[in-house]
Write a protein that binds this ligand. Structure first.
Ligand SMILES: N[C@@H](Cc1c[nH]c[nH+]1)C(=O)O
Length: 376
């Protein structure tokens, strides 16, 4: 077909979900939210747009450059489309729910947008589902949220789950004392470690950090390497914490360690993790410990995670087999049809004598009050 306008095009990185994908998305959303609720996480809903300032300043490290921003014709202030619901929950925790007892367990689901896709993934709009445990960033909190992330993905239909643990503030921790770096070097060392570039790391003045590039892989082996590297014990409490978390997830997911992984971790502190599943390219989610900044006080610690299940939804939609439907011929008894729906049938009512039940996806036809299989 010839297009002389862009009427039918969608902007880059944005798309529709087909009926099969929308059905898979509903199942994934419901599965995950049920798991969050079953562990005591109360759902909150947040606006799609709010003041840029409140989203950009709630956690240290948030990048407003990634957000769609525009001026509100009403308030004349800059608004931003949400790119991460966690920061909105930070706002709620610091304001309307500030006086609720801690730990405060909240969960959420919604669409988020960024101006640019992330690395290999060009999508600019994504479904984000997550849970936040506010008021605690201990090993127990971390173990709880990792376990819930695994359970939520399992419930959503993911298989072969693996979890990659990381220490987001590793370089800052080491640079402070054990392996000093000039403030100007910290960023470069972090970047080369993230890129796993040994030559670049040496050039950036981070030769002492080289062994970190080898403390990567299956958890038991990698944590041994990290322990050997940590001769003066600067990382001792973190290593003990990681060991305990890994022990508590063990058996439910494959656990790996990548202590200097930074990609996508904007504000996480001592603990971070990524979560993956078989057949799904890229990470399905990310989480960790962080600090919600207050207006005057030093703020509040928290632990949580976000799942971005769009790739899983596409996979599930491809493999889902559509359940048959029951064709209701013209002149059927509406009460009988309602009874059939009540026992689980999806019905498709004829609008004219020409409607073709098979073409409309029906497997059965209502005849004499019964669902009769349509002969193929
Ligand atoms: N919202 C973070 C993940 C997270 C939730 N809680 C803590 N960390 C992200 O999407 O990267």
């Amino acid at each position: 077909m010839h297009h002389d306008t862009d009427r039918d095009l969608l902007p880059e990185g944005l798309g529709d979900r087909s009926p099969a994908q929308a059905a898979a998305a509903s199942r994934v959303r419901r599965g995950a939210l049920d798991v969050f609720a079953s562990h005591g996480y109360a759902r909150v809903e947040t606006p799609t747009i709010e003041f840029e300032k409140s989203m950009a300043s709630r956690m240290a490290g948030v990048q407003p450059r990634r957000m769609f921003r525009f001026v509100d014709p009403v308030s004349l202030r800059t608004l931003a489309l949400r790119s991460d619901i966690t920061v909105q929950l930070g706002r709620i925790a610091a304001t309307s729910l500030a006086n609720k007892p801690r730990p405060l367990r909240l969960c959420y689901s919604g669409q988020v947008l960024t101006i640019k896709g992330d690395g290999l993934d060009p999508a600019r709009e994504r479904l984000q589902l997550g849970a936040e445990l506010i008021g605690n960033d201990s090993v127990s909190a971390a173990a709880e949220v990792v376990a819930i992330a695994i359970e939520a993905l399992e419930q959503a239909g993911a298989t072969g789950i693996s979890v990659d643990l990381t220490l987001p503030d590793l370089v800052d921790t080491l640079a402070a004392e054990a392996l000093p770096l000039a403030t100007t070097q910290v960023e470069a060392v972090r970047r080369e470690l993230d890129a796993k570039d040994a030559g670049g790391l040496v050039d950036a003045g981070g030769a002492a950090y080289l062994p970190l590039l080898y403390a990567v892989g299956p958890f038991e082996q990698a944590i041994e390497r990290l322990t050997e590297f940590d001769t003066d014990g600067a990382l001792a409490s973190r290593i003990a914490g990681l060991r305990e978390i890994a022990a508590r997830i063990g058996g439910r997911a494959r656990v790996t360690l990548d202590p200097s992984e930074r990609h996508g971790f904007e504000y996480q502190s001592w603990f971070g993790f990524m979560i993956y599943a078989t057949g799904v390219q890229g990470a399905l989610g990310r989480g960790g410990t962080y600090r919600i900044l207050g207006e005057t006080s030093e703020g509040e610690v928290a632990t949580g995670f976000s799942l971005y299940p769009d790739r899983l939804i596409e996979l599930l939609a491809e493999t889902a087999s559509e359940a048959g439907a029951l064709f209701l011929p013209l002149g059927h008894d509406p009460q009988v049809a309602a009874q059939q729906r009540a026992v689980g049938w999806r019905t498709v009512a004829a609008l004219s004598g020409e409607d073709d039940p098979v073409a409309l996806g029906c497997s059965h036809r209502l005849e004499g009050g019964e669902a009769v299989p349509l002969s193929a």
